[in-house]
Design a protein around this ligand. Structure first.
Ligand SMILES: O=P(O)(O)OC[C@H]1O[C@H](O)[C@H](O)[C@@H](O)[C@@H]1O
Length: 527
């Protein structure tokens, strides 16, 4: 049995607080010691990726104490309980099974006589079969013509992950001959979101995927009707243009006006659902089921490394521990995710939900207040765009923001030119290397306005190229990092009560039941 204890009840945490090791990056990262550190402080990840943490404020003693913390917090055992199907989501009294969607890590998990792995694989096969029939023109619109565009209607976890992964692989798929259908996304209840998408597509040849795990989300149900009205206006039958992805217990599962439905279940949290039918349907239609299977294989490979007890063979656990060190010992409030890859432009937005909805909690998994900081604020943009906007604050501002870089040796599209002695990809890579050192080491200057203090910690994930497998491995790395941090903070990372209050108040406004400030704001907004 594992013991679920608060971070401040662990001896290793107090040992960490007592350490007086103040790693000074501009000392350890300069000259030969910097070179040795970059070569030494890295661990292999799945799919040939590497997690390098040389520019983090850690040394061997801090790392040894973090390793003790991992053991005392029983991170490996807790992960084991999770993938073996224990009720880890205490708030909603649910299992947490997103790992099982991409592979069997432990024991069989059976619920009400159903083997859950078999259920997830069955849905994957059903989606693969459907996607192949759409691509082959066996499933068509009412005129017997092929669908050319696929549009996902969903929000939060039913939008961000699938959208980030679609954008992440679009150019790769075009280059490698795996591009089957263009995908678009409608999420916001702002009518302009749906209007822009509907105006940009040929509705007669569009297949819509309605995605809602709960089947009750106001934005998604509103957009469903919005889209169905647009389909009807074209003189077409909405039931011939829409499939549903939902949990078997949701009201949508009983709907009859869909071509077909694909399922997930209550054990897959929305923000962890990209590997389930939620991401499976759109990604299999856009790129083919084999590409989606490769993406899942990359995730499964990363999940496998997350089982290792040794933190130097478990990059997600190591990353999580360093993050807790920065949050609870170095007192950093924010973390930036900075992919030097345009294809990962929506990845930070997805991680914002994954991380902040999971670990943005003030009570532990038993509902008792915690007396330490939990999840940080997450933001990010692809480099080098960020360099020309918010990096000023990162370099010289009064807030120290730990950074998580991601970079690749090769680009995806294969199109590149030598301009003034270097390719664009080389320029991109030179920039990320330069930034790491600039953030760590800073620069002296008599003019304080031009002085860089340095001491801004960062890590980098490096790979050869962003592919379905490496993207899967990177996503699973972050999912597992978030999970381990939740274990360390002893919070339930798998519910999200904090999103409810606003929904209830908005319903009151629409039902004409508001008073006081709510009524005044409603008037101000012209509702
Ligand atoms: O998939 P759905 O049930 O429509 O939920 C969509 C989203 O809405 C909720 O408000 C939650 O905060 C998210 O975690 C969820 O992903």
């Amino acid at each position: 049995m594992v013991a679920w204890r608060n971070l401040d009840q662990l001896d290793a945490f107090h040992a960490l607080q007592a350490l007086e090791d103040q790693v000074v990056l501009k000392e350890v990262m300069l000259g030969d010691s910097g070179k040795e550190r970059v070569e030494k402080y890295q661990v292999p990840m799945a799919e040939g990726l590497v997690y390098n943490f040389a520019a983090k404020k850690v040394n061997d003693r801090v790392l040894a104490t973090l390793s003790d913390l991992a053991k005392e917090a029983q991170l490996t055992e807790k992960f084991q309980e999770l993938y073996n199907g224990e009720i880890i989501n205490t708030g909603e009294h649910r299992r947490v099974l997103h790992h099982l969607v991409r592979g069997q890590l432990g024991e069989d998990v059976c619920v009400d006589g159903v083997n859950k792995r078999a259920f997830y694989v069955e849905q994957q096969n059903k989606i693969a079969d459907f996607a192949k029939k759409v691509h082959a023109g066996e499933i068509t619109n009412e005129a017997g013509e092929k669908f050319t565009t696929v549009v996902q209607i969903g929000i939060g976890g039913s939008d961000l992950g699938p959208r980030a992964i679609y954008i992440g692989l679009e150019n790769w798929a075009k280059k490698t001959g795996n591009f089957k259908m263009e995908a678009k996304f409608i999420s916001n209840v702002d009518p302009d979101d749906a209007a822009v998408v509907l105006n940009s597509i040929d509705i007669a040849h569009a297949l819509f995927i309605l995605v809602s795990k709960s089947g009750t989300t106001l934005e998604t149900l509103t957009n469903e009707t919005f889209v169905k009205n647009a389909i009807k206006k074209e003189g077409l039958d909405p039931a011939r243009h829409m499939v549903a992805v939902t949990s078997e217990t949701s009201p949508l599962a009983k709907g009859t006006d869909y071509i077909t439905a694909f399922f997930m279940d209550d054990y897959i949290g929305g923000r962890y659902s990209v590997s389930s039918s939620v991401g499976g349907a759109i990604l299999s239609l856009a790129f083919g089921p084999e590409v989606f299977a490769d993406f899942l294989a990359g995730m499964a490979a990363a999940d496998d490394t997350a089982k290792n007890e040794d933190i130097f063979q478990n990059p997600a656990m190591l990353d999580a521990l360093i993050g807790v060190y920065e949050r609870n010992i170095l007192d950093c409030e924010v973390t930036a995710v900075l992919p030097y890859s345009q294809a990962m432009s929506r990845f930070p937005a997805h991680l914002q939900q994954a991380d902040m909805e999971s670990n943005g909690k003030s009570v532990n998994r038993f509902g008792e207040p915690v007396h330490y900081k939990t999840g940080p604020v997450i933001f990010g943009e692809p480099g080098t765009n960020g360099q020309h906007s918010f990096y000023q604050l990162l370099h010289q501002g009064t807030t120290i923001v730990p950074l998580q870089f991601i970079g690749f040796r090769e680009n995806q599209a294969g199109m590149d030119d030598v301009i003034e002695g270097s390719t664009s990809q080389q320029k991109l890579k030179a920039n990320v290397a330069a930034q790491i050192v600039a953030f760590a080491c800073g620069k002296e200057d008599q003019d304080l306005n031009k002085k860089f203090e340095g001491e801004r910690p960062s890590s980098i994930i490096v790979g050869d190229q962003l592919t379905p497998k490496t993207l899967g491995a990177i996503l699973a790395h972050f999912e597992n990092k978030i999970m381990f941090q939740g274990f360390l903070w002893n919070v339930n990372s798998f519910d999200q009560e904090g999103v409810q209050l606003g929904k209830v108040l908005a319903k009151n406004v629409l039902a004409g039941k508001s008073e006081g400030a709510l009524a005044a704001y409603s008037k101000l907004l012209g509702i």
